[in-house]
Design a protein around this ligand. Structure first.
Ligand SMILES: [Zn+2]
Length: 289
């Protein structure tokens, strides 16, 4: 008996780019909290049961993305880093090898927001984990965490981590505004709320598009099917709900391919209307034929 086995590296081609999703880690947590804080225990149980999910726990997936434009290798978020490597996550850097890359190959590291599962892998044993990369982060995100303005009390530990991990790199960062291009055909877009300056990334190549929405929606049922529900992880809960509804409506309308940091690995799919609701539809072979 060898226990469960699953792949941790997945790649697809989009136009003239290659997009690789890498499972930094996965571990179980409760459902509510953090999700559906506005729902009763009975509602949560019913919603989970309806989609054949356990009613007391979920498995969160953590999935950084590598975009290869042909000219640049762009890493979107860095995972938890080495400190969590014995705790079910932090595997991005060793797994890069399985994707055919070395940490030194990464040209750009873009941080979508400063939560621990996105910034923890910036360093490895006291050195920059991706030593040749131009670091980038949203201007609004960096400024908020540096000043502490708009950072909720529950993020005190997270802010201490930011000050230790990200703030000392201020001189090395290029600061990104809404709509800025971080590589050819790769554009950062404001999606504030989950954190004060949270950004997502749109990839366009040869007439095709993908939206790497980072943490706009953080569970494929509890967030995508119930975007109005309150989520403990969201720093500004009302703004996060408004952003989630807006982005989900756009993705359902346009049919754009979505890559979501916390969607079930390989974390690639579509948002579709399902009556009055929405649903996450994992990509299957659409990208291969
Ligand atoms: Zn996250």
């Amino acid at each position: 008996m060898q226990g469960p086995l699953r792949g941790s590296v997945h790649r697809f081609v989009l136009g003239d780019t290659e997009i690789t999703t890498i499972l930094d880690g996965a571990f179980p947590m409760g459902i509510s909290p953090p999700f559906m804080l506005d729902k009763s225990a009975e509602d949560v149980e019913r919603i989970a049961t309806n989609v054949n999910l356990p009613t007391d726990r979920l498995e969160n997936n953590f999935v950084p993305v590598v975009v290869n434009t042909g000219d640049a290798l762009v890493l979107i978020d860095t995972g938890f880093g080495k400190s969590k490597r014995d705790g079910g996550a932090g595997h991005l850097r060793p797994l890069l090898h399985d994707a055919g890359y070395a940490p030194e190959d990464i040209d750009v590291v873009f941080i979508t927001h400063a939560h621990p599962d996105h910034i923890g892998g910036l360093w490895e044993d006291g050195d920059l984990a991706f030593p040749n990369a131009q670091l980038m982060i949203g201007r609004q995100e960096f400024d908020a965490w540096k000043s502490g303005d708009g950072i909720p009390e529950q993020r005190a530990e997270n802010r201490a981590m930011f000050l230790k991990v990200v703030a000392p790199l201020e001189d090395k960062f290029r600061f990104i505004e809404d709509g800025d291009e971080i590589a050819t055909g790769v554009t950062a877009q404001a999606a504030f709320g989950h954190s004060p300056g949270h950004m997502m990334v749109r990839v366009e190549s040869a007439g095709q598009q993908a939206l790497i929405w980072s943490d706009v929606a953080n569970h494929y049922v509890f967030s995508v099917e119930h975007p109005e529900s309150t989520v403990g992880f969201d720093d500004d809960k009302e703004m996060a709900i408004a952003t989630r509804k807006r982005v989900l409506a756009e993705t359902a309308e346009s049919g754009v391919l979505v890559v979501g940091h916390h969607m079930p690995f390989p974390s690639v799919g579509y948002v579709q209307r399902n009556g009055d609701s929405l649903r996450w539809v994992p990509a299957t072979y659409q990208l291969r034929i």
